[in-house]
Design a protein around this ligand. Sequence first.
Ligand SMILES: [Zn+2]
Length: 149
Amino acid sequence: MGVVTRESVTSDCTRLRVRFVPWSEAGHYTNVQKWARLFNWSAETMWQTQRPRIYHPSWVSDPLDHWQTVAHELVHWRQQGPTRLPTWWWCARYGVSSDFRWRMEREAYLVNIAFGMTPAVATDILQRQYMITVPREEMIAWFEAHHGV
Ligand SMILES: [Zn+2]
């Protein structure tokens, strides 16, 4: 991963034609709220990538003020690209499979680690908030082996 700045994230979003949508304007928001409940997440605070859109909390007026979060979401953007599977399938799989969540989020959390989060904190978040059941030592070891690469 090269140096990620607000400027590089902004130009990536322009190049990729990312469409930022506040949840208040998402027609399927009721379904997303149900989906979020699987994780005891509040959909009001959640960011979610469903190409070609990145949904964000309605109180966020400029998503690029949260460019570090957007950089994390752009990892999911790339993940959703080459599969050619519908995005709803990606989200469904994400919802049901701890292993799939781990494989998707570990790449995205490398971004958070590049911004200063420790592998131990990333592991705590993934276990508690994402209900990923991979053993803690295995997760930390993966982050240690892959961050800064
Ligand atoms: Zn993520």
